[in-house]
Design a protein around this ligand. Structure first.
Ligand code: GLN
Length: 272
């Protein structure tokens, strides 16, 4: 079988599994199976796949057809222009979260704290973009922190990024110019409606098992003690949570509470 024939069959198989971008994903999986750069795939369309290539491609297709996320199969995902290692122990970095990174980079900061750092994608993107800045990534999951540490090392940021096990602010010392977080904000009621891929991500990274706002309450309770005077906090929110999170922050004594929208025009970040 040729690579091209394999790609057609693979795209059809992923489409039948309910995957919208089957052709694109089949190309990425084929590239991984053959050890090729995906952008050079067209040069190999008429190559023979061979029994080993076909078996490797088939194994990757089967995982994707079972709705395992692409990032877990490929072992990484692009975020803010860099590749991050991703496993089932961390939330997959998402493009919406790049909006938080972009908003944070409009601020001046030297010391940054990322609460619920997961893969470390927010903290490490900020440190990579802001030379000389230092940061702490906190997470309640030791397994997630292992992934974040590996990402720091891969990106050459290990000397500027520290990681620590902590439950929101419990266990975090010191004050920061900038505090960021993309906490679990999906309410328990919305969990059953989610795409099958989300079953492969840590449940605790997605939902608070409550109304979706409890992480913001926990963060609001500790934030003033950990921000320098004039410091800023930026959190990602779900599209309907802007007013609630703005109120939680204002009631906690935070000032200059503002909302930011993502590229789709939806409320995505609260800053204060
Ligand atoms: N900070 C990480 C991210 O934005 C993890 C967030 C989380 O686990 N909720 O991807």
């Amino acid at each position: 079988m040729s690579v091209q024939a394999g790609l057609r069959a693979g795209a059809a198989r992923l489409g039948a599994a309910g995957i919208g971008e089957g052709a694109r994903e089949a190309r990425l999986l084929m590239a991984a199976a053959l050890g090729l750069d995906p952008s050079r795939m067209t040069l190999h369309l008429h190559d023979d796949l061979g029994p080993e290539g076909a078996a490797r491609f088939e194994a990757l297709l089967a995982r994707r057809a079972a709705r395992e996320p692409m990032s877990h199969i490929l072992g990484q995902r692009q975020f803010y222009g860099r590749a991050f290692k991703v496993t089932g122990d961390v939330l997959d970095p998402r493009p919406e979260t790049e909006c938080l990174v972009a908003a944070a980079l409009e601020e001046g900061f030297e010391r940054v704290l990322d609460l619920g750092t997961g893969s470390g994608c927010i903290l490490l993107s900020l440190l990579a973009e802001r030379e000389g800045a230092q940061g702490l990534g906190a997470d309640v999951s030791a397994a997630a922190l292992d992934v974040a540490r590996e990402n720091a090392a891969r990106l050459g940021l290990a000397s500027r990024a520290a990681f620590q096990e902590a439950d929101w602010f419990k266990g975090v010392a010191g004050q920061y110019d900038l505090i960021v977080s993309n906490p679990p904000y999906i309410g328990i009621a919305e969990m059953p409606e989610l795409a099958p891929e989300l079953a492969h991500e840590p449940r605790a990274a997605l939902t608070d098992e409550g109304d979706g706002l409890s992480a913001y309450r926990a963060i609001a309770a500790g934030v003033l003690a950990h921000l320098v005077p004039g410091g800023r906090i930026l959190v990602e929110i779900g599209r309907t949570q802007g007013a609630d999170v703005a109120r939680i922050f204002a009631e906690a004594g935070l000032q200059a509470v503002e909302l930011r929208q993502d590229l789709d025009g939806r409320d995505r970040v609260v800053m204060a």
